[in-house]
Write a protein that binds this ligand. Structure first.
Ligand SMILES: *[C@@H]1O[C@H](CO)[C@@H](O)[C@H](O)[C@H]1NC(C)=O
Ligand SMILES: *[C@@H]1O[C@H](CO)[C@@H](O)[C@H](O)[C@H]1NC(C)=O
Ligand SMILES: *[C@@H]1O[C@H](CO)[C@@H](O)[C@H](O)[C@H]1NC(C)=O
Ligand SMILES: *[C@@H]1O[C@H](CO)[C@@H](O)[C@H](O)[C@H]1NC(C)=O
Length: 238
């Protein structure tokens, strides 16, 4: 192999790496008219990672967690916020699906680990074998924190399970809003935080998810005097 071929090979590899970047971004307009709550689903997204204002059209403010935000693949606005947002998300094509049999015998709880599942997108009944019914969150469901799916109350079925591949972890971090000021802290090891709850509150001021604390992509925020150790779960995409 001569140097030119090797160079060409390297640039092909570099290009392949660039296109295997897990995330995609789009500019999307979402509008709260007459100060009403409104939603928009991001096409081809399985999970929104972050959302930032690029061009605000309204006189009303657009504040994350207060007048705009996101949940799974859905964006929302409220209180008159109208803007173009830059939205980064995990595309559906990054999602894996598999059919897995999970069975609750003798009406007992049972679980199964789905290796490599970082974030479950959905779980649906493909073929039920039991007389007992299978209802999401009642007799079957999943835990993102440990890549586990579960069944209970006699539900036995083949489930179609869709998820984003990667690894999940949980850690404890303290984030503090001193003097009632807005503050942020980055969790550098995380591609994306998916849950954050209060483990040990230090402030007298309340810590309320979405109001005085929250997260965007790999960044946690607090405001209005909330100070606490938070239990933060996140995933890193392979
Ligand atoms: C589950 O998620 C996958 C990937 O996002 C999607 O293609 C499929 O339609 C979803 N199924 C249901 C029942 O929502
Ligand atoms: C949004 O998420 C993408 C993908 O993870 C990342 O590259 C980008 O830096 C994030 N932007 C902000 C403002 O956090
Ligand atoms: C997974 O997490 C759930 C909820 O915390 C727990 O009940 C279950 O026992 C865990 N399973 C495994 C295999 O770690
Ligand atoms: C918060 O974390 C910092 C270092 O990250 C530590 O020095 C401090 O003692 C912690 N505070 C509390 C109240 O746990």
């Amino acid at each position: 192999m001569n140097a030119v071929v090797i160079l060409a090979l390297f640039s092909v590899l570099a290009a392949a790496q660039a296109t295997s970047d897990p995330d995609e971004c789009d500019t999307i307009r979402v509008e709260s008219w007459s100060y009403k709550y409104a939603e928009k689903v991001v096409q081809d997204a399985s999970y929104v990672l972050n959302m930032t204002v690029v061009d605000r059209q309204s006189a009303a403010d657009c504040t994350l967690g207060e007048s705009f935000g996101y949940q799974k693949a859905t964006l929302w606005v409220d209180h008159g916020c109208r803007a173009d947002f830059k939205v980064c998300y995990l595309p559906v094509r990054r999602t894996e699906c598999q059919v897995l049999r999970v069975e609750s015998w003798n009406y007992k709880y049972a679980e199964k680990t789905v290796t490599g599942a970082a974030l479950f997108i959905n779980m649906t009944v493909e073929d039920r074998q039991s007389a007992a019914s299978c209802d999401l969150d009642k007799s079957f469901g999943f835990y993102n924190q440990n890549s586990t799916v579960w069944v209970d109350h006699g539900c036995r079925a083949d489930f179609n399970i869709c998820y984003v591949q990667g690894a999940t972890s949980t850690t404890t971090v303290n984030v503090s809003s001193w003097n009632y000021k807005y503050a942020t802290k980055i969790l550098p090891s995380a591609s994306c935080i998916y849950s954050m709850r209060v483990a040990n509150q230090q402030s007298a001021a309340p810590c309320t998810l979405g109001t005085t604390y929250g997260f965007v992509a790999n960044t946690m925020w607090v405001s209005d005097g909330c100070r606490a150790d938070f239990s933060v779960s996140y995933y890193s995409v392979y």
